[in-house]
Design a protein around this ligand. Structure first.
Ligand code: TRP
Length: 75
């Protein structure tokens, strides 16, 4: 995958201790990286050759090209 063509997504923590967990691409789906964000910290990331999915635990705002979502509300 050409990561330069790949969109970024943004995660902003609304509380301390939000976890952004990267899951591996390919037949073996496992956690490969966990990043802890404190309140108001922002992570800007992409999907890559190594990362095909991301799990967010805790209260956060997630922005992608598909829209914005809050993990703690319905919108
Ligand atoms: N080394 C990882 C990669 O290139 C870094 C990474 C990219 C990452 N996107 C991520 C880690 C999302 C966690 C979540 O794939």
């Amino acid at each position: 995958m050409a990561t330069s063509e790949n969109e970024f997504f943004v995660i902003k923590a609304k509380e301390n201790g939000v976890n952004v967990i990267g899951l591996t691409r390919g037949s073996d789906t496992r956690f490969h990286h966990s990043e802890k964000l404190d309140k108001d910290e922002v992570m800007i990331a992409q999907f890559t050759d190594h990362t095909s999915a991301v799990k967010v635990r805790g209260k956060a705002v997630i922005q992608t090209k598909h829209g914005e979502m809050h993990t703690d509300t319905d919108s």
